[in-house]
Design a protein around this ligand. Structure first.
Ligand SMILES: [Zn+2]
Length: 129
């Protein structure tokens, strides 16, 4: 595990998990990450990302957003979270005013449920998967 330069997160957690693409780039945005670190500190429970940076090729393989989705800018993170912690995360993220995108996956296997946060400039968006 290699420190990413951001408290609470390793390079492995932030890097592209695609195969046959970029070889694991971790190009997280330097304005977005302090917001995530701040939220993590406030909430006091572990943020385990299921996905953070994705290179354009990997993103086009796994997301309808193609080669230009939020994850390709390093301004997005999917955080594994469920039940009461999911409520707390969503509530704190909205109230913070730091984020604009809220994607909710809260059905199926609890271990795979997540909330997507991003700070893509523009109007706020919320969706389910
Ligand atoms: Zn990649």
């Amino acid at each position: 595990m290699t420190n990413s330069g951001y408290q609470y997160f390793t390079i492995e957690e932030l890097s592209c998990h695609g195969e046959n693409c970029c070889g694991g780039q971790a190009s997280m945005n330097s304005e977005f990450m302090p917001k995530i670190v701040s939220l993590r500190r406030e909430l006091g429970f572990a943020f385990i990302p299921s996905s953070a940076y994705r290179c354009p090729l990997h993103n086009s393989n796994v997301s309808s957003t193609g080669e230009n989705g939020p994850h390709t800018t390093g301004r997005a993170m999917d955080i594994l979270v469920c039940y009461d912690q999911a409520v707390r995360l969503l509530e704190a993220a909205i109230l913070s005013g730091m984020f604009t995108g809220f994607g909710l996956n809260q059905k199926g296997d609890p271990a795979e449920r997540f909330i997507h946060l991003d700070d893509i400039p523009g109007p706020k968006r919320i969706w389910t998967y």
